[in-house]
Design a protein around this ligand. Structure first.
Ligand SMILES: [Zn+2]
Length: 420
């Protein structure tokens, strides 16, 4: 267990006087303040080498920091230690009988997970443990040689969906540890299309949400595309024009919104010069919506492709290009499909919404969004068994941390060995 000093929190009675010392006298820089309305506190971070000071002022007379100031006066409020695996640290402390305020990690600022240790256990100091949010590197695109092919994991940024909807019948008490919800109950998700590069050209499987959502939709879905597919492609030396073929697992907005762009008020294919390969029955469903699936199928994402004459429809499971094969799973949508990528005796599978994140590797952890959950269950049970036995490399399209890994099983417990 390794803990690094992240910052020291100091409760201040009078910010101007505090700045006169920390900023003016010591010459430290002060960052723009961050307000946590729910806690009635405004924090001014003062970087000091690898750690920082955090000046805390109360914004409400009844806030915890105001009560602290009234009781103890200005001074040391807490120290924060950064750890890699907060759940493991808490378990370790619990086993040693250390008194904790938080038995389980909870969401902190900027996507971090935090938990407090009781001051009585830390000789009068309030200790905060913090596991920082995934470093940006986790969304970094990566090339992976795969026999005669090359697999390139890319991304279209992050978003959030209701945690309850993401785990169906699984109670929040069980999923909140692997997928901590934010204050609006959304869990962090990524959109990770996969590029397959081969002698025959370049194919992209799914293409993220794209940039056509309005401010209200972006807010509802916590859409964070500060780094998006164009950046990701550029990072691996590609541009949208380098894609020859776009393959859709299904036509939901978080998988296929990036298929079109608005330019000069009109909608056009985003990948100029590419053909779009779409299962005909999925297209039918996307263009004949009902009350249960209407919010997921947005016509602007696919109708303009048809108008531009760039869609190739197919009916049955088939090989799209040598080494790339689609298999219908049903379940999530009636014609949802996954993609097998095979070369040199090795199999990788892009599982889309069959197993959206690594938290979904348990058979019954199935999304409430699925139209036919029993179909998902049947396919998943069979598929995961096969994936473990035959060592398929699994690409998790929505996992915020793990792009790909092997599903392993030990003493009946499943886990993912991360590769990308
Ligand atoms: Zn999805």
């Amino acid at each position: 267990m390794k803990a690094v000093l992240d910052h020291v929190g100091i409760a201040v009675q009078n910010l101007d006087e505090a700045l006169a010392f920390y900023r003016d006298a010591l010459g430290l820089e002060i960052e723009a303040p961050e307000e946590v309305a729910s806690q009635g506190v405004r924090a001014h971070v003062v970087p000091a080498g690898p750690s920082a000071l955090e000046l805390l002022e109360a914004t409400r007379p009844d806030s915890p920091i105001a009560r602290f100031l009234a009781r103890r006066g200005a001074g040391l409020h807490h120290i924060t230690l950064r750890v890699d695996d907060i759940a493991a640290v808490l378990e370790h402390l619990r086993a040693r009988g250390v008194r904790l305020i938080d038995a389980e990690p909870r969401p902190g600022a900027e996507g971090a997970l935090v938990a407090f240790v009781h001051p009585s256990a830390a000789h009068g100091v309030l200790v905060e443990l913090k596991q920082p949010a995934r470093p940006a590197a986790e969304l970094l695109p990566k090339r992976l040689p795969w026999g005669d092919l090359e697999l390139i994991s890319v991304h279209d940024g992050l978003f959030g969906l209701d945690g309850g909807a993401m785990f169906g019948v699984v109670p929040r008490a069980l999923w909140k540890a692997p997928a901590p919800p934010d204050e609006r109950n959304r869990i962090l998700l990524a959109m990770r299309p996969l590029v397959v590069e081969a002698a025959w050209g370049r194919l992209i499987i799914d293409c993220g949400a794209g940039d056509k959502m309005d401010a209200r939709q972006r807010d509802i879905y916590a859409l964070d595309r500060r780094q998006h597919l164009d950046h990701a492609l550029a990072d691996v030396g590609l541009a949208a024009e380098a894609i020859d073929l776009v393959l859709a697992t299904h036509l939901h907005w978080d998988h296929f919104g990036g298929a079109t762009v608005r330019c000069d008020g009109a909608l056009a294919p985003r990948f100029r010069g590419a053909r779009y390969v779409i299962r005909a029955a999925e297209w039918y469903d996307a263009t004949h919506t009902h009350d249960r699936n209407r919010a997921s199928y947005l016509a602007d994402n696919f109708l303009p492709l048809h108008d531009a004459g760039v869609v190739d429809f197919f009916e049955e499971d088939r090989t799209i290009r040598p080494g790339v094969r689609v298999v219908r799973t049903g379940g999530h949508t009636a014609h949802h499909q996954i993609v097998f990528i095979e070369s040199d005796g090795k199999t990788a599978v892009f599982v889309a919404d069959l197993i959206p994140t690594t938290a979904h590797i348990r058979d019954a952890w199935i999304m409430g969004y699925d139209l036919f959950p029993m179909e998902t269950l049947a396919f998943k049970q069979r598929f995961i068994r096969e994936a473990i036995d035959r060592e398929y490399l699994i690409f998790f399209e929505h996992d915020p941390r793990v792009a790909a890994g092997y599903i392993r099983e030990q003493a009946g417990r499943r886990y993912v060995e991360q590769v990308v």
